[in-house]
Design a protein around this ligand. Structure first.
Ligand SMILES: [Zn+2]
Length: 326
């Protein structure tokens, strides 16, 4: 794969026409649309906002940039530390969710995979470490995040293993049947058009290829949100913080009921190969309110619970493997 010109793989995200390069601009031979660079990365975005739902690409950029506060790239551990997530919980979540994905990818040995909604790419780097033979493309609607990813790729000298660009999941700048695996880790609930994105994933995946999805369970998230209200208020009271807070991170979170997810999947044409629940632990942001001894007990119980099929509905995240069989 050495010396490949990564840009030569990109196609027009709207009409899939070939792109020709003029200086810094890629021009589509089909619809004449131009795609330039933004913060040093390729910007293939075609939709920027939707007034009817309030979805906005700019909101993602603002929220992330403010959130990172100039820290830039965050790996898993730095993220956990900055969120106040206890290390034991972070390691548990890692082993239960990300590890499943990493092991699956490593087992498949894909030539190319897409990390759809890659953020700053920390998970792409981790997958790449375990699957060094795979070229990983990461796209995100946040130009800010995609550019943080790009800077890390360059500073780690991994330009022929990892590629970063800005794009909408609904209009992917890749040819048909390009990837063996597409991963959407905690992404589908933030999309403007999840239906359309699933169909796009179907298009860019090779026959017999896989789409991996993780997304929070709506029921369990509500349960934990409710359970965390009192400790959250107590914590704010003790720290002298305002009790109610504007939610500045407007990341368009729209959690699905499993039946909604299933009907979208059916419509997109994928077959469901596996649907698991990743066991019972509150959302990352609530973990900081739980005393560590209690957390250790919870993790112990969660591990036991995970072995009992009957209790699996307590899982906080859906872990779904879809396959393109037609
Ligand atoms: Zn075009």
């Amino acid at each position: 794969m050495e010396n490949m010109d990564i840009e030569s793989f990109f196609v027009c995200p709207l009409c899939r026409g070939n792109l020709s390069r003029k200086d810094q601009i890629l021009s589509c031979s089909g619809c004449s649309r131009d795609f330039g660079r933004n913060r040093s990365i390729r910007d293939f975005r075609t939709v920027f906002k939707d007034p009817s739902t309030g979805w906005s690409a700019e909101a993602f950029d603002l929220a992330y940039e403010e959130y990172d506060q100039g820290v830039g790239f965050k790996d898993r551990k730095t993220y956990a530390a900055s969120e106040g997530i206890p290390i034991a919980a972070d390691e548990y979540l890692e082993s239960e969710k990300e590890l499943k994905i990493k092991n699956f990818v490593r087992g498949q040995k894909p030539l190319r995979m897409l990390d759809l909604g890659c953020g700053s790419g920390w998970f792409s780097f981790e997958m790449s470490e375990r699957s060094p033979e795979t070229v990983i493309y990461g796209i995100d609607v946040s130009v800010y995040k995609a550019s943080v990813f790009r800077d890390q790729i360059i500073s780690r000298n991994l330009e022929n293993k990892l590629v970063s660009a800005a794009a909408n999941g609904e209009n992917l700048p890749f040819p048909d049947a390009f990837f063996e695996i597409v991963v959407m880790d905690e992404v589908i609930e933030h999309l403007l058009e999840p239906n359309k994105t699933l169909k796009e994933a179907m298009r860019v995946i090779k026959p017999s290829g896989y789409l991996l999805i993780t997304t929070p369970s709506r029921f369990m998230t509500k349960f934990w949100k409710l359970s965390a209200i009192i400790p959250t208020f107590l914590k704010r009271l003790c720290k002298g913080e305002p009790l109610s807070r504007e939610n500045k991170r407007d990341l368009h979170e729209n959690l699905f009921h499993p039946s909604e997810l299933k009907s979208m999947i059916r419509e997109s044409g994928f077959d469901i190969e596996k649907w698991e629940r990743v066991i019972f632990l509150p959302h990352e942001s609530y973990l900081q309110f739980i005393p560590s001894f209690l957390l250790k007990i919870m993790i112990f119980k969660a591990r036991l619970t995970g072995k009992i099929p009957f209790l699996k509905f307590l899982g906080l995240h859906h872990y779904i493997i879809l396959r393109k069989t037609r």
